[in-house]
Design a binder for this molecule. Structure first.
Ligand code: HEM
Length: 446
């Protein structure tokens, strides 16, 4: 009798525990936005693969603010697919939405806690961000003009030499621009360059680290201490840091010899005390610009080429404008930029048509916020989904059509100019928006 009661109690315990967890979650998240149903532990499937397409479908069912529940121990993910609520939350209330997820492998193991992209909101973030901002602001971006122009001429030659492999040619171009900007590297960084191949391997490690479920130690921290479990990302970080330290020391040696050309490392070394950066931090911050900016720039140029091939009428208009403004005796320069409204509109439409970061980048909530009647809880990860926002019919008509004209208007003199009342979302939001946007825009224009 006693035994059978004990057995019943033992069997009932897990059921009671599950009921308690479900009750706790339903109270804690009573005003969470709607989203797909969760399992018995309160966990729903995170959209994976081409998640932005799944999210576009989901918004028809759940509306533009979608919550994916992550069980009792992990905060939910919130995906927002319309511009108005994203801008309200991530821009207007940027002071409470500027944090990043505490992804252990990405923010600690792979970056040694020194990267800006994963820096938690706080003093260190402000210090790193200020340093990067100083260097990448529009005035400085202009100063890098000749570097980009030279790299662009090399790219054109490479495209003529190899008409089958534009993707790698664009990688070579984007990497050359960033490496000459950060480490004053004079010669081009070919896509087969060992340091580039190594950096791309590191990028792949990062993709695994930020993919939900990529490393189980994010949910089960004890795994961090299992010997060998994190050896791959640890080795990738060590190799990368060594490469950046070597390049940084080269620039600093040239500085003491008095012949270092302008570069990010030179600029930062001159202000190392002011920004309170240790040598490793300085080297990593400089090198990490490559990770943040090279792939994204190359992918965007690739999208531009795709758009030109797929939309020959728009391509002809760009060509007509280039013929009229630049002619055929020289290559375009940055001075031509203001006189090429159609090309500028074409590039904006490329950003809209195929976002380089279609899912968006996560911001972490620093406190509960009410949005459209829902509570977005502290610690949840919020994504402004670029793909869906760029297809928001309240902002863009005829969203499936590639239409550079949508970005243009005619001024009082009857001349075309870019509309000032429209924007795209490629550079992200609020206090974590992309500090490299001016550099990237110029590299892409070239
Ligand atoms: C087409 C090229 C590029 C695209 C599409 C792009 C896009 C983005 C996006 C979406 C974010 C996250 C914004 C957010 O969380 O709201 C970001 C962050 C960042 N980008 Fe870019 N980026 C590009 C090029 C560059 C370049 C060339 C650099 C540097 C030279 C750069 C440096 C950074 C850094 C350091 C961050 C982290 C900022 C932070 O967390 O505070 N990016 N970028």
């Amino acid at each position: 009798m006693y035994l059978s009661r004990l057995l019943v109690a033992l069997l009932a315990l897990p059921l009671l525990a599950i009921a308690a967890i479900r009750l706790y979650l339903s109270r804690k998240y009573a005003r969470l936005p709607p989203g797909p149903p969760s399992n018995w532990l309160g966990k729903a499937a995170e959209p994976s693969g081409r998640s932005w397409l799944a999210l576009e479908q989901m918004q028809n069912q759940y509306g533009p603010i979608i919550a994916i529940r992550n069980g009792p121990f992990q905060p939910p993910s919130i995906y927002i697919t319309r511009a108005a609520p994203v801008l309200e939350l991530l821009e207007k209330r940027g002071a409470t939405t500027g944090d990043r997820p505490s992804n252990y492998v990405a923010s600690q193991v792979l970056t040694g806690g020194m990267g800006l992209l994963f820096a938690r909101y706080g003093d260190k973030f402000r210090r790193l961000r200020k340093a990067v901002h100083q260097l990448l602001m529009p005035k400085m971006a202009e100063a890098y003009g000749p570097l980009s122009e030279r790299a662009a001429r090399n790219m054109l030659r490479d495209m003529l030499d190899d008409t089958t492999n534009f993707k790698d040619v664009f990688h070579t171009y984007a990497s050359s621009v960033i490496n000459s900007m950060t480490f004053a590297k004079r010669n081009k960084t070919h896509y087969t360059d060992p340091s580039l191949v190594q950096a791309l391997a590191w990028n792949r490690e990062l993709v695994v680290a930020v993919t939900p479920g990529g490393y189980k130690c994010e949910a089960w921290p004890f795994l961090r201490y299992v010997p060998g479990y994190l050896s791959k990302p640890r080795a990738a970080f060590k190799r990368q840091l060594q490469d950046y330290l070597d390049k940084t020391r080269n620039v600093q040696r040239e500085m003491t010899e008095g012949h270092a050309p302008p570069s990010f490392v030179k600029y930062m070394t001159e202000r190392q005390q002011e920004y309170g950066l240790a040598q490793e931090e300085l080297a990593w911050l400089s090198g990490s610009l490559y990770h943040a900016g090279s792939d994204t720039t190359a992918v965007t140029i690739n999208h531009g080429l795709l758009a030109a091939a797929k939309h020959p009428a728009a391509q002809s208009k760009v060509k007509e404008e280039l013929d009229a403004v630049v002619g055929s005796d020289r290559t375009p320069s940055f001075d031509d930029l203001p006189d090429l409204p159609y090309l500028n509109a074409f590039i904006r439409e490329v950003y809209r048509w195929r976002s380089p970061n279609p899912r968006g980048f996560p911001h972490r909530m620093m406190q509960d916020e009410e949005l459209n009647g829902y509570i977005i809880p502290k610690d949840s990860l919020v994504y402004g989904v670029h793909w869906c926002m760029h297809r928001d019919p309240t902002l863009f008509d005829d969203v499936d059509t590639f239409k550079p004209e949508r970005w243009l208007e005619t001024d009082e003199k009857g001349e075309l100019r870019l509309r000032q009342d429209m924007r795209h979302f490629t550079w992200g939001f609020g206090r974590r928006n992309c500090p490299g946007m001016h550099i990237a825009e110029r590299s892409i224009f070239m």
